[in-house]
Design a protein around this ligand. Sequence first.
Ligand code: SAM
Ligand code: SF4
Length: 325
Amino acid sequence: MLTDNHNRVINYLRLSVTDNCNMRCQYCMPAEGVAFSHNSELLSWDEMYLLAATFIELGITKIRITGGEPFVRKGLMDFLHRLATIKGLEEISITTNATLIGEHITDLKALGILNVNVSMDSLDKTRFNFITRRDYFDVVYSNLLQMLHSGFNVKINCVVMHGLNTDDILPFIDFAHEHNTAVRFLEEMPFNGHNKSFEKIEWDFLKIIDHIQTKFPQIQRMNDSASSTSENYTIQNRRGSFGVIPSFSRTFCGTCNRIRVSAKGELQTCLYTNESVAFKKLLQQHAQPDLIKPLILAAIDNRFKDGFEAEEKNEFKKSMSLIGG
Ligand code: SAM
Ligand code: SF4
């Protein structure tokens, strides 16, 4: 079992497979994009497999595939097939913008990869396309419905932005009821690739809950797992659920069980800090797990108490597509 220097069990790895993306969400990156890595800078699929296997040997039981947009990288499905064979890995999940997942739905189901988080910030086509700076609403909506009808455990992630999509909060609550699914509202974080930080946000998780209660006063807290980053609720006499993710308020750091590896193979032990270990070079030199493990253990033994402490030491706000969400 992996435990950090604050006695938190670490069993969850968010593995980014690319930093590239086919969307340009306003809260994630500028219209022109960011400095995406050249393919040669990314971990190869073999390197990623070896690294994942090493993390699993150390105690990681759950891996979430993220990006950038994971499905823009060729070879993802082959990699998932290999990853799924590693003993000790109990769950593989994916976070995606759902633009390219359509043709893989059957295969994913056959692999047992049913936990898919779909990022969707508006149910209004014009607004969705404005936020993402692309014209993919129809395909995203259709893939989302296909996954819901195919028995996937879909969670919709909606980043709430003042003046942009707060009118979508209640329609998403209705969507969750109609499709018996879960929608989670994320606080916006300053990881937009603009090097432009902000000290506070208008719509924090408390305001989002208050807003929902203006229409649905009867909400009930669900029994979330101890390490959950979301506070989840059901609404009396309605199906589905909603959650809030205080990613800016950082109320969940005390039970944080996750670490991240970027597509370039950099270990990041907190969203709000910089990378601590670069694995790419070592893997290129054919470093074996025995050499990599002590580096992972040392980084995990040196984690910040919370995202506020981490932020103090980290001035540059990257795009979330480089971090992996
Ligand atoms: N491209 C995929 C997607 O959008 O689902 C996976 C990567 S994306 C970086 C992962 C998650 O980070 C998405 O749910 C996205 O909404 C969220 N995200 C990106 N930038 C964010 C920001 N500045 N604040 C809060 N959440 C953000
Ligand atoms: Fe791409 Fe996801 Fe960032 Fe949107 S949030 S630009 S879909 S990586």
